[in-house]
Design a protein around this ligand. Structure first.
Ligand code: ZN
Length: 92
């Protein structure tokens, strides 16, 4: 395998797929994006029934759902939060 290269797409699922098609090791931001995509997929399929969030985010979610959702999106990613809530992601 070639050493990991960073591109403009890095940090996205497309970036991960580019690494894969080039038979490279994916960089950490691309791995994180691919993991979030996969987690969202499993949630939408009903296969993944739990996920770990921090107590501070859970507390914020209970106290102020709007601010809590933003904190949850920062912690889990918008794609995962959208999969949990059954809505479309707010970012493309
Ligand atoms: Zn990358």
């Amino acid at each position: 395998m070639n050493p990991t290269q960073h591109r403009a797409q890095c940090g996205t699922r497309a970036g991960y797929l580019r690494h894969h098609s080039n038979k490279e090791l994916a960089c950490d931001p691309c791995l994180a994006a691919a993991n979030k995509f996969h987690t969202a997929y499993l949630i939408r399929q009903g296969t993944q029934r739990s996920c770990r969030i921090s107590v501070s985010t859970l507390r914020l979610l209970l106290d102020d759902p709007t601010a809590g959702r933003d904190a949850l999106a920062a912690e889990l990613g918008d794609l995962v939060v959208s999969a949990i809530s059954g809505t479309a992601p707010s970012t493309p």
